[in-house]
Ligand binder design. Structure first.
Ligand code: C2E
Ligand code: MG
Ligand code: MG
Ligand code: MG
Length: 278
């Protein structure tokens, strides 16, 4: 059972698709085949640097072209996690994103930053460090160009183990970001201990910021916190000019969202990166 969302781009499989339903069994076998055949594509959404007015990096967002339509990562990443298919899939994403960034850099004369989302299981799995190292080596990308996005909930079940993993990743030279910041349960004392470079303010705070003074206050506080801790700060889900103006006035370093650019195939990046946002 599927329902259409958004501009008909995705089919969302509904919650009642339980473990044994026929739809789920089929989706699982399709997913297994897609992983084996590398039947995925990465789309990219650039991030605009508000100081320079230029796009300087991009986030990889996986897409699965499926016979039933595009399946959203919100639906198949959890399934990939349950089935452990996330391990080979995650390794493919890391490698593909690094290779794409290097190829784009050859066209632009400068390699853009590339942000890659990690999933919870991928983050906990012991092979993660090796798969990151392999992606860096095979693409020959400068490690500091790569930023791995993790969420607070991924690190909170075992904070000490998570800090070890984060340190091992930083030792490879890559950057770390906390995605969807503000929606999880990490405390400020943990934030101080996490060796991260970037906070991405969750889009639920951005959505109503021009109408909701509490959201606006939270955003200002997160920007101030990031500055005090020497962290880069990105606002995600920027859809309106009013939001962009607010974020610029409050010195948010980078912004990302449909207003600036929707996620698109790598082929659409050169035009964006060479033009900037006007
Ligand atoms: P996320 O990392 O927080 O990614 C942002 C999501 O918001 C993306 O949805 C993006 O298309 C969407 N978005 C961007 N700008 C706007 C905007 O202005 N308004 C609105 N309403 N939405 C916006 P997407 O691509 O469906 O991804 C959903 C989530 O799935 C991601 O959230 C991330 O957690 C996960 N995901 C996506 N790609 C990957 C991947 O390669 N690996 C892993 N592990 N997870 C991924
Ligand atoms: Mg993300
Ligand atoms: Mg996010
Ligand atoms: Mg999000």
């Amino acid at each position: 059972q599927a329902k259409e969302l958004g501009r008909g781009e995705f089919r969302f499989f509904s919650d009642n698709m339980n473990k044994n339903s026929a739809a789920r069994v089929r989706l699982e076998s399709d997913l297994r085949r897609a992983v084996a055949e590398e039947g995925f594509v990465l789309h990219y959404q650039p991030k605009l640097d508000l100081e320079t007015g230029r796009f300087s990096s991009m986030e990889a967002l996986i897409r699965w072209p499926h016979a039933d339509g595009m399946v959203s990562p919100a639906d198949f990443i959890p399934l990939a996690e349950e089935t452990t298919l996330i391990v080979p899939l995650g390794a493919w994403i890391l490698r593909r994103a690094c290779l794409d960034a290097v190829a784009l850099g050859e066209r632009l004369g400068q390699v853009p930053g590339v942000a890659i989302n990690l999933s919870a299981r991928q983050f906990r799995q012991s092979g993660l460090i090796d798969s990151v190292r392999t992606a860096l080596e095979e693409s020959a990308i400068l490690p500091e160009k790569v930023e791995l996005e993790i969420t607070e909930s991924m690190v909170m079940d075992d904070v000490e183990a998570a800090i070890d993993t984060m340190q091992a990743l930083r030792a490879l030279g890559v950057r770390l970001a906390i995605d969807d910041f503000g929606t999880g349960y990490s405390s400020l004392s943990y934030l101080k201990r996490f060796p991260v470079n970037t906070l991405k303010i969750d889009r639920t705070f951005i959505r109503d910021l021009t109408r909701d003074s509490e959201d606006a206050a939270i955003i200002q506080a997160v920007i101030a916190l990031a500055r005090a801790l020497n962290l880069h700060v990105v606002a995600e889900g920027v859809e309106t000019q009013g939001q962009l103006v607010f974020l610029g006035e409050h010195r948010c370093a980078s912004v990302q969202g449909f207003l600036l650019a929707r996620p698109g195939p790598i082929e659409s990046m050169p035009a964006l990166f060479s033009k900037g946002f006007t």
